[in-house]
Design a protein around this ligand. Structure first.
Ligand code: ZN
Length: 195
Protein backbone atom coordinates (compact mmCIF):
# COMPACT_ATOMS: atom_id res chain seq x y z
CA UNK A 1 0.00 0.00 0.00
CA UNK A 2 1.33 3.40 -0.97
CA UNK A 3 1.70 5.79 1.99
CA UNK A 4 1.89 9.47 1.16
CA UNK A 5 5.30 11.03 1.29
CA UNK A 6 5.44 13.88 3.82
CA UNK A 7 6.79 16.96 2.17
CA UNK A 8 9.22 18.82 4.40
CA UNK A 9 9.14 21.94 2.25
CA UNK A 10 6.24 23.78 0.68
CA UNK A 11 8.48 24.56 -2.28
CA UNK A 12 8.75 21.00 -3.38
CA UNK A 13 6.34 19.00 -5.51
CA UNK A 14 6.89 15.54 -6.90
CA UNK A 15 5.63 12.99 -9.44
CA UNK A 16 3.97 9.65 -8.66
CA UNK A 17 3.18 7.12 -11.40
CA UNK A 18 0.68 4.26 -11.02
CA UNK A 19 1.06 1.85 -13.95
CA UNK A 20 -0.02 -1.62 -14.99
CA UNK A 21 -2.17 -3.51 -17.46
CA UNK A 22 -5.85 -3.03 -18.12
CA UNK A 23 -8.09 -4.10 -15.20
CA UNK A 24 -5.20 -3.78 -12.73
CA UNK A 25 -6.84 -1.14 -10.54
CA UNK A 26 -4.79 1.88 -11.65
CA UNK A 27 -7.73 4.27 -11.63
CA UNK A 28 -9.01 2.95 -8.27
CA UNK A 29 -5.57 3.63 -6.78
CA UNK A 30 -5.48 7.11 -8.35
CA UNK A 31 -8.92 7.90 -6.91
CA UNK A 32 -7.92 6.51 -3.50
CA UNK A 33 -4.93 8.86 -3.33
CA UNK A 34 -6.92 11.84 -4.58
CA UNK A 35 -9.67 11.26 -2.02
CA UNK A 36 -7.10 11.15 0.78
CA UNK A 37 -5.68 14.46 -0.47
CA UNK A 38 -9.22 15.90 -0.42
CA UNK A 39 -9.66 14.65 3.16
CA UNK A 40 -6.44 16.53 3.99
CA UNK A 41 -8.12 19.68 2.62
CA UNK A 42 -5.82 19.96 -0.36
CA UNK A 43 -7.20 21.42 -3.59
CA UNK A 44 -7.31 18.64 -6.16
CA UNK A 45 -7.76 18.75 -9.96
CA UNK A 46 -8.10 15.70 -12.18
CA UNK A 47 -7.47 15.61 -15.91
CA UNK A 48 -7.90 13.03 -18.61
CA UNK A 49 -7.27 13.17 -22.37
CA UNK A 50 -10.19 13.80 -24.70
CA UNK A 51 -9.59 10.48 -26.43
CA UNK A 52 -10.88 8.42 -23.51
CA UNK A 53 -14.64 8.86 -23.72
CA UNK A 54 -15.58 5.33 -22.77
CA UNK A 55 -17.75 6.26 -19.81
CA UNK A 56 -18.22 9.88 -18.97
CA UNK A 57 -17.02 13.22 -20.25
CA UNK A 58 -16.57 14.90 -16.89
CA UNK A 59 -15.72 12.18 -14.43
CA UNK A 60 -12.87 9.79 -13.94
CA UNK A 61 -14.64 6.47 -13.64
CA UNK A 62 -12.86 3.30 -12.63
CA UNK A 63 -14.00 -0.19 -13.59
CA UNK A 64 -15.73 -0.59 -10.25
CA UNK A 65 -17.70 2.61 -10.89
CA UNK A 66 -16.04 4.80 -8.28
CA UNK A 67 -16.14 8.29 -9.73
CA UNK A 68 -14.48 11.63 -9.11
CA UNK A 69 -15.15 14.82 -11.11
CA UNK A 70 -12.55 15.52 -13.78
CA UNK A 71 -11.71 17.83 -16.65
CA UNK A 72 -11.24 16.53 -20.17
CA UNK A 73 -8.36 18.25 -21.98
CA UNK A 74 -7.45 18.28 -25.67
CA UNK A 75 -3.72 18.65 -25.01
CA UNK A 76 -1.23 18.37 -22.16
CA UNK A 77 -0.49 22.09 -22.40
CA UNK A 78 -4.08 22.85 -21.39
CA UNK A 79 -3.41 21.29 -17.96
CA UNK A 80 -0.96 24.12 -17.16
CA UNK A 81 -3.68 26.70 -17.79
CA UNK A 82 -6.17 24.95 -15.51
CA UNK A 83 -4.09 24.37 -12.38
CA UNK A 84 -4.11 27.79 -10.69
CA UNK A 85 -4.05 27.24 -6.94
CA UNK A 86 -4.13 23.46 -6.74
CA UNK A 87 -1.91 21.37 -4.50
CA UNK A 88 -2.51 17.99 -6.13
CA UNK A 89 -3.01 17.15 -9.82
CA UNK A 90 -4.29 13.73 -10.93
CA UNK A 91 -3.89 12.59 -14.53
CA UNK A 92 -5.70 9.47 -15.75
CA UNK A 93 -5.05 7.46 -18.95
CA UNK A 94 -1.72 9.27 -19.33
CA UNK A 95 -0.60 6.89 -22.10
CA UNK A 96 -2.94 8.71 -24.51
CA UNK A 97 -1.15 12.06 -24.16
CA UNK A 98 1.74 12.89 -26.49
CA UNK A 99 5.31 13.58 -25.29
CA UNK A 100 4.30 17.12 -24.36
CA UNK A 101 2.91 15.71 -21.10
CA UNK A 102 6.49 15.16 -19.85
CA UNK A 103 7.58 18.85 -19.64
CA UNK A 104 4.08 19.74 -18.42
CA UNK A 105 4.21 17.44 -15.36
CA UNK A 106 7.82 18.47 -14.73
CA UNK A 107 6.74 22.11 -14.62
CA UNK A 108 3.85 21.30 -12.27
CA UNK A 109 6.09 19.36 -9.87
CA UNK A 110 8.74 22.10 -9.99
CA UNK A 111 6.05 24.60 -8.97
CA UNK A 112 5.39 22.60 -5.80
CA UNK A 113 2.47 20.47 -7.00
CA UNK A 114 2.07 16.78 -6.21
CA UNK A 115 1.33 15.10 -9.56
CA UNK A 116 -0.25 11.62 -9.54
CA UNK A 117 -0.30 9.91 -12.94
CA UNK A 118 -2.12 6.69 -13.86
CA UNK A 119 -1.55 4.95 -17.18
CA UNK A 120 -0.99 1.75 -19.12
CA UNK A 121 2.72 0.99 -19.19
CA UNK A 122 2.44 -1.39 -22.18
CA UNK A 123 0.23 -1.49 -25.26
CA UNK A 124 -1.42 -4.69 -26.56
CA UNK A 125 1.83 -5.78 -28.24
CA UNK A 126 3.67 -5.46 -24.88
CA UNK A 127 5.64 -2.44 -26.03
CA UNK A 128 5.97 0.75 -23.94
CA UNK A 129 2.92 2.96 -24.39
CA UNK A 130 3.33 6.61 -25.51
CA UNK A 131 4.96 8.92 -22.94
CA UNK A 132 4.83 6.37 -20.08
CA UNK A 133 8.55 5.38 -20.20
CA UNK A 134 9.61 9.04 -19.86
CA UNK A 135 7.06 9.65 -17.08
CA UNK A 136 8.32 6.59 -15.19
CA UNK A 137 11.88 7.85 -15.53
CA UNK A 138 10.96 11.29 -14.18
CA UNK A 139 8.85 10.08 -11.24
CA UNK A 140 9.96 10.06 -7.61
CA UNK A 141 7.51 7.24 -6.78
CA UNK A 142 6.32 4.36 -8.96
CA UNK A 143 3.63 1.80 -8.17
CA UNK A 144 3.02 -1.09 -10.54
CA UNK A 145 -0.34 -2.70 -9.93
CA UNK A 146 -1.34 -6.12 -11.24
CA UNK A 147 -4.48 -7.71 -12.55
CA UNK A 148 -5.27 -11.44 -12.42
CA UNK A 149 -4.65 -13.55 -15.53
CA UNK A 150 -7.96 -14.57 -16.99
CA UNK A 151 -6.53 -17.85 -18.28
CA UNK A 152 -4.62 -19.23 -15.30
CA UNK A 153 -5.17 -16.98 -12.27
CA UNK A 154 -1.54 -15.84 -11.95
CA UNK A 155 -0.56 -12.17 -11.55
CA UNK A 156 -1.14 -10.38 -14.86
CA UNK A 157 0.80 -7.43 -16.26
CA UNK A 158 -0.16 -7.74 -19.96
CA UNK A 159 -3.28 -6.48 -21.75
CA UNK A 160 -4.31 -9.16 -24.23
CA UNK A 161 -6.44 -7.89 -27.13
CA UNK A 162 -8.99 -10.48 -28.12
CA UNK A 163 -9.60 -9.04 -31.60
CA UNK A 164 -7.10 -8.84 -34.47
CA UNK A 165 -7.21 -5.03 -34.90
CA UNK A 166 -3.68 -3.71 -35.53
CA UNK A 167 -4.02 -0.09 -34.27
CA UNK A 168 -2.19 0.81 -31.05
CA UNK A 169 -5.16 2.78 -29.71
CA UNK A 170 -8.39 0.83 -29.74
CA UNK A 171 -10.67 1.72 -26.87
CA UNK A 172 -12.44 -1.23 -25.43
CA UNK A 173 -13.45 -3.04 -22.31
CA UNK A 174 -13.84 -6.65 -21.31
CA UNK A 175 -15.30 -7.55 -24.71
CA UNK A 176 -12.01 -6.52 -26.34
CA UNK A 177 -9.27 -7.06 -23.73
CA UNK A 178 -8.34 -9.41 -20.94
CA UNK A 179 -5.47 -9.30 -18.44
CA UNK A 180 -2.91 -12.05 -18.90
CA UNK A 181 0.29 -13.22 -17.23
CA UNK A 182 3.49 -13.34 -19.27
CA UNK A 183 3.18 -17.03 -20.20
CA UNK A 184 -0.46 -16.88 -21.28
CA UNK A 185 0.06 -13.58 -23.13
CA UNK A 186 2.96 -14.83 -25.25
CA UNK A 187 1.36 -18.22 -25.82
CA UNK A 188 -1.41 -16.47 -27.79
CA UNK A 189 0.48 -13.41 -29.04
CA UNK A 190 3.73 -14.90 -30.34
CA UNK A 191 2.23 -15.91 -33.71
CA UNK A 192 0.85 -12.35 -34.10
CA UNK A 193 3.98 -10.37 -33.14
CA UNK A 194 6.60 -9.30 -35.70
CA UNK A 195 9.94 -11.10 -35.24
ZN1 ZN B 1 -1.76 -16.89 -17.13
Amino acid sequence: MFIEHNSTSNQSGWIEVICGSMFSGKTEELIRRLRRAQIANQAVEIFKPAIDTRYSENEVVSHNQTTIPSTVVQSAQQILLLTGEVKVVGIDEAQFFDEEIVPVVTELANKGIRVIIAGLDMDYTANPFGPMPALLAKAEFITKVHAICQKCGALANHSYRKTLRPDQVFLGEKEAYEPRCRACFYESMSPRLPR
